[in-house]
Design a protein around this ligand. Structure first.
Ligand code: ADP
Length: 362
């Protein structure tokens, strides 16, 4: 009798503690069954999105209209991932509508606990991140204005340096000055590249990196890139291989940006006398382009991070300037094309970076 009463008071206490925590939490906790029916929703939804949790129980979460129409795809993707993988967190950001009609940015994390008897459902934890998002948007706007303002004087500096170098080349004994001017030009190019990368990052974060899809011949684009950058091919032993005439569907200038990034990385991270091979081939319904170098290579444990934003491998910092943005932007561009980007590399023996694009329908 005594034991039973201790247990029931303990149970009461645990229940009280649980209720207090989920009520006060800055997150909404929802549990849905395998059909998407809401089994539980924490009362905290009241102060976060204005709804009464009790009224939401029994409703179908999958058909809920709370998510912004533009973000429904994100929700559907997360649901699909969570329903097919147990015990994993799947996280995303989307807009949800408050009862008063305003849109709030929310971070959602799905975790499938259907096989866990003490949960018996898919747990969805939702956080309000509106303030953080607002600051992010302001930061991106600021970055965008500053970047545009910086680009104009840089273009002028580059143009004047080029004119001066042209003049000096017509006269004799100006070798040193010409080298200095070439250095000014290459340094302005680096800053301009960094500014473009920062602008792209801002666009990616806001989902505004737009691509205009048109069919084009991949091999032709690669030839054009090498032609335009003859100095690269001259400076380094760059070879183009593969005979496919296949057309891909994509944004030619964005894909050119991806190739340039892989090519500059191959040059940056391999010895000057070594070979770089660009290869293009059609495999099934995909065109696969790859860039192979004989350089430093990337250790296995670091490979999964190279496409992350701002990721750089520290040991190489002394030799090359790097921002850790290039591969992140490249992977985002390829994602927008429904393609894949990956690498094979052995430390000390070089790397091959690949990306695939869907073949254009005739
Ligand atoms: P960045 O080159 O500006 O640092 P990236 O995003 O292009 O940024 O590359 C991220 C990191 O991946 C680089 O800092 C470098 O350490 C590594 N990396 C990229 N390409 C290669 C390559 N071809 N060989 C060796 N390491 C590479």
């Amino acid at each position: 009798m005594a034991i039973a009463s201790i247990k029931s008071t303990e149970l009461q206490m645990l229940k009280g503690r649980f209720n207090f925590l989920v009520n006060q939490a800055s997150a909404v906790i929802t549990i849905v069954d395998r059909k998407g029916i809401i089994l539980y929703q924490s009362p905290s939804i009241k102060h976060i999105l204005g709804y009464d949790s009790q009224k939401r129980i029994g409703k179908n979460f999958l058909h809920s209209k709370l998510v912004h129409p533009k973000d429904v795809v994100i929700k559907e993707k997360l649901i699909d991932l969570a329903f097919h993988h147990e015990n994993n967190n799947f996280q995303g950001e989307l807009r949800m509508q408050h009862k008063d009609g305003t849109w709030h940015w929310m971070e959602v994390v799905f975790n499938n606990q259907l096989s866990n008897p003490s949960v018996g459902g898919i747990v969805v934890i939702t956080h309000d991140i509106t303030n953080r998002k607002r600051l992010e948007i302001q930061k991106n706007e600021f970055l965008s204005i500053v970047s545009h303002e910086l680009k104009t004087p840089l273009t002028a500096i580059r143009a004047y340096a080029q004119i001066m170098s042209g003049h000096l080349k017509k006269k004799e004994h100006n070798e040193k000055e010409i080298i200095f001017l070439e250095k000014i030009i290459s340094q302005t190019d680096r800053v301009t590249q960094l500014i473009s990368d920062l602008l792209d990052i801002g666009k990616i974060e806001e989902g505004k990196l737009s691509i205009e899809m048109e069919p084009f011949q991949m091999k032709l684009l690669l030839e054009k890139i090498l032609d335009d950058f003859t100095y690269i091919a001259d400076l380094r032993n760059v070879q183009l291989s593969g005979n496919t005439k296949a057309f891909v569907l994509g944004d030619e200038s964005r894909i050119s940006q991806v190739v340039m990034n892989l090519l500059t990385n191959a040059m940056k991270y391999s010895p000057e006398e070594s070979k770089i091979v660009i290869r293009v081939e059609k495999i099934g319904k995909e065109v696969i382009t790859s860039v192979t170098d004989e350089g430093d290579g990337i250790a296995k444990d670091k490979q999964k991070y190279v496409f992350d934003r701002f990721y750089r491998i520290e040991e190489k910092k002394s030799r090359q300037t790097s921002s850790g943005l290039g591969l992140y932007i490249a992977s985002e561009i390829i994602k927008l094309h429904n393609g894949k980007i990956w690498l094979k590399s052995t430390k000390g023996k070089g790397s091959t970076f690949y990306f695939s694009l869907p073949v254009a329908a005739k």
